[in-house]
Design a protein. Structure first.
Length: 315
């Protein structure tokens, strides 16, 4: 019986994986043909624990081959390569907040992009202490950097990196391709947690970061084409936190600082976005929560298009 159940679960997982690969491939083709401003989900699992089928939080926006990366969860550089994108084209990095499922590979992304040929400026935008974090990382990696400059003739890395600390809402940057706007969202106990909006001539994309329902996010996302929103499947949280000793505290923290998937639908409806993309899924890998359960819960309050995020999906 036990064997049969686990075999059935295996077959279900295999079928889900095959479907997600097929969806990813067709969407990559469709997306790249349809939009000048491309959005690729690099990692769609919430929380720092490495998952078999979902990488940690990260998104790529690509315009004219320039790479804008939002969040740097574990594995972000490899996911960029797996998405077929060029690491040396990294131009801007945005960190929504300093939880390790969003920033663990921040420094590594810079270092590995540089080791892959990056030789041009990268601006980095995020909450304090971003400047100190950047300096510490470069110092920690000094031996490798010096060795590669000597052995491989690379340009020094540290003059290429420009960190900018964000303390409040407003326009972050405006370049020839995009305008980026930030707002503060609700992710206690983190004081500086941001959502970002990217306005390009052909489409507008909003990334929620980690947040409970936030009126500021609804205002930021007003009328956007795409809202990538973190999502929590509340009935499954008990099973998720059963693994840790302080389950009650952790459960309360998760519920206070994240958004139930039904509420994501409400937020999308109130903001009047065209498409809601569910990402940063918590739980990220509970076989009892099917794809349909995620999507149906969000559709309860939102009549636009709902997409369940998966790694390397282009939307
Ligand atoms: Zn997170
Ligand atoms: Zn967080």
């Amino acid at each position: 019986m036990r064997h049969r159940q686990s075999r059935r679960a295996f077959l279900q997982r295999s079928a889900a994986w095959a479907a997600s690969v097929a969806l990813t491939r067709s969407s990559v083709a469709a997306g790249s043909a349809a939009h000048r401003t491309r959005l690729i989900l690099l990692g769609t699992g919430g929380g720092p624990r490495p998952k078999r089928d979902r990488s940690a939080s990260a998104q790529a926006i690509v315009v004219d081959d320039y790479l804008y990366v939002i969040d740097c969860g574990d594995g972000v550089a490899r996911q960029i390569v797996r998405a077929g994108l060029a690491l040396p084209r990294l131009r801007h990095v945005f960190l929504t907040h300093h939880h390790s499922d969003h920033n663990a590979d921040y420094g590594n992304l810079l270092l590995i992009a540089w080791a892959s040929g990056l030789a041009t400026r990268v601006d980095v935008w995020g909450p304090p202490p971003l400047v100190a974090m950047t300096q510490h990382f470069l110092k920690m990696s000094d031996l490798d950097i010096r060795t590669r400059i000597a052995d491989e003739g690379r340009v020094p890395l540290s003059p290429l990196i420009e960190p900018h600390e964000l303390n409040g809402a407003g326009v972050v940057l405006k370049d020839e391709r995009l305008t980026v706007t930030a707002t503060l969202v609700r992710h206690p106990p983190i004081e500086h947690a941001f959502a970002f909006r990217f306005d390009a001539p052909d489409r507008s994309i909003v990334i929620s970061g980690d947040t409970n329902r936030a009126e500021s996010l609804i205002r930021l996302a007003r009328g956007a084409d795409v809202l990538v929103h973190e999502a929590l499947f509340v009935p499954a949280v008990d099973r998720l936190v059963a693994r840790v000793p302080n389950a009650t505290t952790l459960k309360q923290h998760i519920i206070d600082s994240h958004t139930a998937v039904e509420e994501c639908g409400r937020v999308a409806a109130e903001a009047g976005v065209k498409m809601l993309v569910l990402s940063h899924l918590v739980p990220p890998d509970d076989p009892a929560v099917t794809d349909d359960m995620w999507v149906d819960a969000a559709r309860r309050y939102f009549k636009g298009e709902v997409v369940l995020g998966s790694d390397l999906l282009e939307v």
